[in-house]
Design a protein around this ligand. Sequence first.
Ligand code: NAD
Length: 351
Amino acid sequence: MKIIVTGGAGFIGSALIRFLIRETDCEVCNLDKLTYAGNPESLKEVSDSERYRFEQLDICDTTGVVGLFNEIRPDAVMHLAAESHVDRSIDKPLEFVQTNVMGTANLLQCALAYWQVLPEERKKGFRFQHISTDEVYGSLGKEGLFEETTPYDPKSPYSASKAASDHLVRAWGHTFGLPVLLSNCSNNYGPYHFPEKLIPLVILNALDGKALPIYGKGDNIRDWLYVEDHARALWLINRKGVPGETYNIGGRNERTNLEVVQTICRILDELRPKTSGSYADQITFVADRPGHDRRYAINADKLRRELGWEPKEDFDSGIRHTVEWYLNNDWWWRPIRERKYAGERLGKGVK
Ligand code: NAD
């Protein structure tokens, strides 16, 4: 089986490709533009495989994408390429519209043209799999969970652009018959996570003796899923999911941001103690993110019931693996901190 993975040099895409090369016999072509968030170093452990290939390409580039489809002749596209950081979407919203909306539309058109002329058997087996976020559902109060049927109510330029891309994928499925699959996943964490996101930022700032910034009071709630559990879910959906269907993915690990940061501090106190005091002494409350969603929590019962998925990690085990990974892999994150992003505040608004 041949698969084009878009955004495979990013956090989740690289976890997916490492999984596909390690645990399946698929051939994988990684289509990635290599924005600031893309890092070929995340694919070091698979880059020598003859089943892996990298193509630097923008999903908005019609000629390039058509050419790649004709060359690879894939059985599936797993589409993860996106601008993904809410704070950056507050600073530069149009970049999110360009990649997440226009890029997805372009990819759909290219996939459709390729799929329409496939022989009947291959046409039936082809899948266009779109990877999305629970943020399209908006923000929850104290009670309730996001269901697959929850009405869309995105609140940030990031989640609005992802919501638009989900609608486009469903429309291409409904109108043209393209066999599409969708999933909406909660917040991921784990190894190779770009250190602009809360968990890696806090680990690395802690080790550097810098402030550990917490937006507002730190009482916003996220539902955390270990990235390798997400990668396994995506493959299961690809193989067993019903075209046209949407699957929520989440591990039922709700934590406030403050709890997440305190947990990281406790693990670091144990594994890399400071000469005096606790890493928690570095916690600093800062002005909240504009329009900050209060709570996300996802009901993944459909995925468990219909496809038999179970996450392997809970938050306690996953966060420990993650902290250990950052402690042991500074070869990966140090160049990023020195050359790409040192941890400065993002998301203050369009200048
Ligand atoms: P990421 O920012 O780490 O990686 C995105 C990748 O896409 C990068 O390698 C980047 O170079 C590439 N890319 C960006 N624009 C591109 C373009 N125009 N053409 C080709 N490649 C391009 O993102 P991530 O956290 O790995 O998220 C992957 C996907 O999963 C996204 O679609 C995101 O919306 C979704 N998602 C993320 C989370 C999360 O917690 N991170 C949760 C649910 C869903």
